[in-house]
Design a protein around this ligand. Sequence first.
Ligand code: HEM
Length: 390
Amino acid sequence: MDLGDPGLYLDIDRYAFWDEQIADGRVVWSDPGSSPNGFWSVFSYDAVRQVLAPNGPFSSEYGMMIGFDTTRPDRSGGQMLVVTDGTHHERLRKLAGTLLSRRTATALTDFVEQEVRDLLVKSRETAETDVTVDLGPHIPASVVCEIMGVPPADRDHLLTLTNHAFGGSDDSFSKMTPAEAHTEILLYFDSLIETRKRRPGDDLVSVFLADPELSDTDVLMNCDNVLIGGNETTRHAVTATFNALSSTPGALDALRADPALNPLMVEEIIRWSSPAMHVLRVATDDVVINDQPIRRNEPVVAWLPAANRDYREFADPHVFRPDRRPNKHLALGHGPHHCLGAALARMELSALLRVLADEVRSVEVTDGPIWQRSVLVQGYRRLAVGFEWQ
Ligand code: HEM
């Protein structure tokens, strides 16, 4: 089986398949297909942690997605944060971390809560809302625009482009292909870089530009990293929230009764939805995982949603438990590349839950979910819900 084939996950029950691999502690080889030379797959919590751990014999520089390896390395390797190792990675991480911080998250909380309230106003006018279109993509896109310093006059344009690039394959996003929209976004950031060179601001583009060691291409690539990292994953966690609330009647009541549940629920949403479906590493030395020898230069894929439902680590792993504790999931990664936007992602979900607890009595899924065809991200293409308002 080619585990890199996105169609596979529409045909099988992915979680039942991963459960089988975890029970046997399997490390599975996929022959060349979706990846030029094939790759190993690991599924269990411990094996995924081993691959992502600090100082392990693994590199991100050849690429961190299926399709890349030593013979077909990612062109951004060594330049873009997520596909860079060592001291240059630390340098880029420190730079981007100045704005992708807990402080920024706190400062943006009111802004995000207002965004969510404005989006829900539209839902009040209809019986059914497809949250993959009308809610999921908007919240993270607004946050990324704020961080990047996109001027208010350009925001609608960029939001439209972002929805086309990352908004799934819904018919309402039919003006251009995702690839065309992504190119338009890069062109937009190219011109924003020129503007910020003349007039620096307190945004991430200006932070990157202030580093004399980064070329314009480096700045553009790292803006793109934040753009994709911030949009592509978080929107699926936002939409999964509605499925979780629908399948767990009483969760919103519990949250109203005890607001201290909010951070636990945020963590459970991230674990249960696990929007980053895999990350890839290339072995830099011979290594053994679960008795399986892996040779130097061989790619290894860590399936994060599988690890986050490993029964050895999580009781009732498939159940959404609003008060799950401990909850040491790996959905935001582990080790040196642990998600730099984690505080922002948590803040977005926390604000969403606060507003929902305030305005919504209950949520019911009316159609879907339909999985998106992807091995990169795990999320829905369609999830229609009805609201009972407070
Ligand atoms: C890295 C997941 C939200 C920016 C990562 C990684 C994962 C991840 C698994 C590690 C990749 C690897 O090990 O190769 C998620 C999930 C999110 C989320 C599930 C939402 C629920 C965000 C947000 C931002 C962001 C909101 C920024 C606005 C980044 C960046 C990196 C990263 C810049 C690279 C860090 C590094 O390489 O040092 N994310 N992410 N992410 N994420 Fe996130």
